[in-house]
Design a protein around this ligand. Sequence first.
Ligand code: ADP
Ligand code: MG
Length: 723
Amino acid sequence: MPAAAPLPPAKRAAPAGAGAKAAPTSPGERLGLRSDWDFALHLPLHYVDETRITPIAQLREGRIAVVQAQVLQAELMAARRRVLRVTVEDGSGRLELRFFHFYPNWSRQYAPGKELRIRGEPRRGLFGFEMVHPVCRVAAPGEALPQSLTPIYPAGAGISQAWLRKAVAAALRRLDAREWLPADLLERLQLPPIAQALQLLHAPPPQLALEALEQRSHPAWRRVKFDELLAQQLAQQMARSRRAEQRAWPMPERGGGLVQSLLRALPFALTADQAGCVAEIALDLQREQPMHRLLQGDVGCGKTVVAALAAAQAIDNGFQCALMAPTDILAAQHLQRLAGWLQPLGVGVAWLSGAQRKREREAELARAASGEAALVIGTHAVIQDKVQFARLGLALVDEQHRFGVAQRLSLRAKGAGEQRQPHLLMMTATPIPRTLAMAVFGDLDISTIAHSPPGRQPVRTRVFSSDQRREAVKQRVRELVLQGRQVYWVCPLIEPSEPGEGEAGGEGGEGGQLGARPRAGARGGQPELRAALEAHAELQALLGEQAGCVGLLHGRMPSAHKAQVMEDFAAGRLRLLVATTVIEVGVDVPSASLMVIEHAERFGLSQLHQLRGRVGRGSQAAQCLLLFSEPLSQTARARLQAMHESSDGFVLAQKDLELRGPGELLGQRQSGLQGLRHADLREDEDLLELAREAAASLLREHPLAAREHLQRWLGAGMDWLAA
Ligand code: ADP
Ligand code: MG
C-alpha cells in the first residue's frame, strides 16, 4: 500500500464545513451530506495532478498541467468581445492565458511581475502555447506544492470544489475512523484499513496510477464498496434472524388430502421445476418458522398452480389462505382459475375488490371473517382494515414487485395472532438476476421455475419502423383476425392528454391508496402517442363488418366491464383486443397468438417481455411485432434488439440490469438500492458475494463489530431493516 500516511492532524483552524452546518440549506445539505461520515464518503469523481510544476517549455498539447510563471503583460482587448489576455513567462518559455469571462479587477490582480500558479490545458496557438480559462491564482511567496493529487468532487450548482475540499478535509480530521473490522478478514480479502482507504481516496499520493482510482478498481475503492455491501448484507441477515424467532403454524402434508386431489384434478402434469418448487414450499409450510419465499419464474411458466398447491396444503390443515394480486383483471383471473380448481373440491372462495358493491362486499367480508371462505382472493382490497380472517395461515402475493414493502407486510399482519405469523409466498414474473436478488432480497428464500412447460414455442419477435410498416402490419392483423386467430394490439396510453398509465389498472399501485386515481387528462400530455381509443376506432374501421370482434381494454374502465372484455376475449367472442398495459401482468388467454406493440421504444425491457409473455401460451406458434417511431435512442435500440434476440426472461433481466442499472429494474422504492452509493451491482458482483459471507461470519464471531459497522453505514433514511 503506497498510502500508509495517517489522517491529517486534528488541530487546525475550523474550516468552512463546520461553520456552515448551522445554516438551513448549507451546501453540504444540498448534497445530502450531514455527518462527518457523509462527507468522508463523498468520494472524488477524478483527480488533477497539481503536485508537479511543468516548465512551459515542456508543456504538451492537450495535457493538463500546472505552471508557475510571472506575468509579463496583461491587456484588455476589445475585439468583437472583450478578452483579457495575460502573458506569463517562467524562464523556460512564454505562455499566453486568455479569459473571456472575468471580473474587472483581474487585470490589476494579474499585473506584470505577479507570480501565478496556473492549471490548464495547453493548446498550440499562433505564438506558442496558450491556455483558455485556466484555473489561476497568485502564488504565495515560497508556496509549497501539494503532496497529493487534487480531488474533484461531485458537486451541485453553486457548490465550489474549494468549499467541498475544505469541508471533506475537516470531516476527515474529526472522523473516528478506527478500524472495527477484524484484521484477518481484511487480510483475507486484501482490503486496506478504512482510514487508509479514505485518506488515499481523498488525497492520493502523486505516484499512484490514476486509472485504478478513477475506474474504482483500486483496493481503497473496493474497501468502501465492500463496506457498503457489508452493511446491507448485515441488515438483511439480521432481519432474517429476527424472522427466525417468529413462529408460524406448522402445516404438515397430509397424504391423500386436498393437495393430492388437486394434483389429480389438474389437466396437466407438473413440470420438474414446478414439482421442485412445490416441494420446497411444502417443506417451508411444515416448519414452525414463517415461510418468507419468493417464487420466481418467467411469464407463463406456471406459477399459479404452484401457489394453488401451497394454498391447498394450508387449507388442508384448517387454515385460510389469502391471495393478493395487483390488478382487478389479474385478481379476477386468479379467482376464476383457483375457484375452478378448488371449489369442486369443497373449498369456499371469497372475492374482494375495490370495485365491489357494498352489499356484495360485506357478504364476502363476513365469509372471510367466519372462516367459511378458506381462500380469499382480491386486489389491495384484501389488506384494508375491515378485512378480517378467522385463521389466516398463508399469504400469497402475486407480482410482488407491484406492491410496496408495507403492503406485503400488512397482508401478513392480517394473520398475526397468538404470537404466530402466517407463511408468506410472493411471486414474481420479473425474473431477477442472481446478483440483484441477493442484494435486494438477501433475507428471502427463492424458488425458481427455470423452464416453461413443454410444447411452448418461442415467440418470434420482429421489430419494425412504424412509419414504414404500420399499414402492412394492420393488413396482416386483419388477415389473421378474419382467419379466426386472436390478436393483442397494445398501445401505451388511453387518451392523448394522459401522461402514461404507469400502474396497470390505476388501482393505487405502489401508493396503495385505493381509489386515488389521477384525474384523466388532468396533466397536459404527450399527444404524439397514439391513443388506444384512436387505435380501437381505427382497427374497427379496418375490420369493417367484423368490427364487432374488436375489443377495448384500459385501466379506466369499471372492473366489471374489464372482466367482461377479458372473458369475451378468452371465449373467442372478441378476436382483436386493443389494450393499454393493463394486460401486462399475468393475463392468460392461451389462444392469442399475435401481439402488436405500438411505440415499443417507450417501454422498458422487462415490460416488453411481460407484455410479450401474453402470447405463446398455447401450442400455436406465436409472434410479436414491435413497432417503433423515430427518434430511437441508443438504449431503446438495444432494448428492441434484445427482444428480437432473446425470449429468455433471465437473459433479458440481465440485459436490463446492464442497460438501466438496478434501481430502475425493481423500482427505486421497493428495491432498497437507493442506499447503494458506491457499489455498482453490475461491476461488483464478486464483492457482493464476499460481503454476504463476511456478514454471516461477522454476526457469528464479532457481533460487536457487526453492530458498529451497521451504525456507521445506516444513516438516516435507510430502511433496509424494514423489509
Ligand atoms: P405465470 O407463471 O405467468 O403466472 P400461469 O400460472 O398463468 O403462468 O401459467 C401459464 C399457463 O400455463 C396457464 O394456462 C397454465 O394453466 C399453464 N400451465 C401451467 N403449468 C403447466 C404444466 N405443467 N403443463 C402445461 N401447462 C401448464
Ligand atoms: Mg401469474
